[in-house]
Ligand binder design. Structure first.
Ligand code: UDP
Length: 239
C-alpha cells in the first residue's frame, strides 16, 4: 500500500475554524477525534505528516487590535491560541496511539518542544506527526504563511490546505449555488483573481519554491488519505 502515496511528506494546514466543527467558538472534541483517526490512517499508509494549526477559533490578533489592543500583543495571544489547539490535537492523537509532537515557534518549554528544524525532520523520519504551533513566531503573520514556511523547511511534497469546501471556486459556493470549481489553478491566477486560497504571503512563498498546494474539504471523512493518494476531490495550485 505504501507506494500508492502520491505525496509521501506533506504539511497539512488546519485552520482553527476546522477544529471548531458546528460550534461557534473553541474546539470540538468530536472533530478533533475524527481528524486524528484520519491522521492515524495516513501514518499507517506511510505518510510523513507535519501540521500547522490556526487559532481563529479562539483568538485573532486583528480582532484584538480592533478592540483597542496593541497589535503585537494581540498577535501574541493569537499565537498562544494556536498552541492550545496544537495541544488538543496532540492529545487526541496520543490517545489513539499515534506518536505526535508539538513544536512551538514561541519559547514555551514547559508545555512543548521548541521549533528546531532538525528535530522536526527527525520526528518525521520516525513516523511521528509533528504539530507546528505558534505560527511563524512573529506578529503580523498568519498561520497560512507559517504553513507555507514549514512546508518548505521540512521539504514537503505538497501543502495540504483543509477547508470547509472541496476546492477553490470563482465565487463563494455557500452563497452562490452555481459557483464554478477549479480543478487546477496557477499561483498567478490565484493572486490575480484574488481567490481566497491562502493569503498572498503564503502563496508567494509557495510560488517561489514551486510548492504545490492542494485545497480540499476537511469535513469529508477520509479526505486526508484520499488527498495523499491523489484521489481527493480538490483544487491543485501549481506553476
Ligand atoms: N499569528 C501570528 N503570527 C503567525 C501566525 C499567527 O501573530 O505567524 C496570530 C495572529 O494574531 C492570528 C492568530 O495567531 O490572527 C491565529 O492565527 P490564524 O488567524 O492564522 O488562524 P486560522 O485563521 O488559521 O484559524
Amino acid at each position: 500500500e505504501k507506494n500508492q502515496l502520491k505525496f509521501k511528506r506533506v504539511l497539512l494546514k488546519l485552520s482553527g475554524e476546522a477544529l471548531m466543527g458546528e460550534h461557534s467558538f473553541g474546539i470540538s472534541p468530536e472533530v478533533i477525534a475524527r481528524i486524528s483517526k484520519e491522521l492515524r490512517d495516513a501514518v499507517r499508509l506511510g505518510a510523513e505528516i507535519g501540521i500547522v494549526v490556526g487559532g481563529g477559533n479562539i483568538f485573532r490578533g486583528v480582532a484584538g487590535s480592533k478592540l483597542g489592543m496593541d497589535r503585537v500583543r494581540a498577535d501574541h495571544i493569537g499565537m498562544l491560541a494556536t498552541v492550545m489547539n496544537a495541544l488538543a490535537l496532540q492529545d487526541a492523537l496520543l490517545s489513539l496511539g499515534v506518536e505526535a509532537r508539538v513544536l512551538s515557534a514561541i519559547d514555551i518549554g514547559n508545555v512543548c518542544e521548541p521549533f528546531v528544524r532538525k528535530r522536526a525532520l527527525k520526528h518525521l523520519e520516525k513516523g511521528r506527526v509533528v504539530i507546528f504551533a505558534a505560527g511563524t513566531g512573529n506578529p503580523f503573520f498568519t498561520t497560512d504563511t507559517a504553513a507555507a514556511l514549514r512546508a518548505l523547511e521540512i521539504n514537503a511534497h505538497c501543502l495540504f490546505k483543509g477547508t470547509k469546501v472541496d476546492g477553490v471556486y470563482d465565487r463563494d459556493p455557500e452563497k452562490y449555488p452555481n459557483a464554478k470549481k477549479f480543478d487546477r489553478l496557477t499561483y498567478h491566477e490565484v493572486i490575480e483573481r484574488d481567490l481566497r486560497v491562502m493569503d498572498h504571503a503564503a502563496i508567494s512563498l509557495a510560488m517561489d519554491a514551486k510548492l504545490p498546494v492542494l485545497v480540499f474539504s476537511i469535513k469529508e471523512h477520509g479526505n486526508i488519505c484520499r488527498a495523499l493518494s491523489g484521489k481527493a476531490d480538490a483544487t491543485l495550485v501549481t506553476m
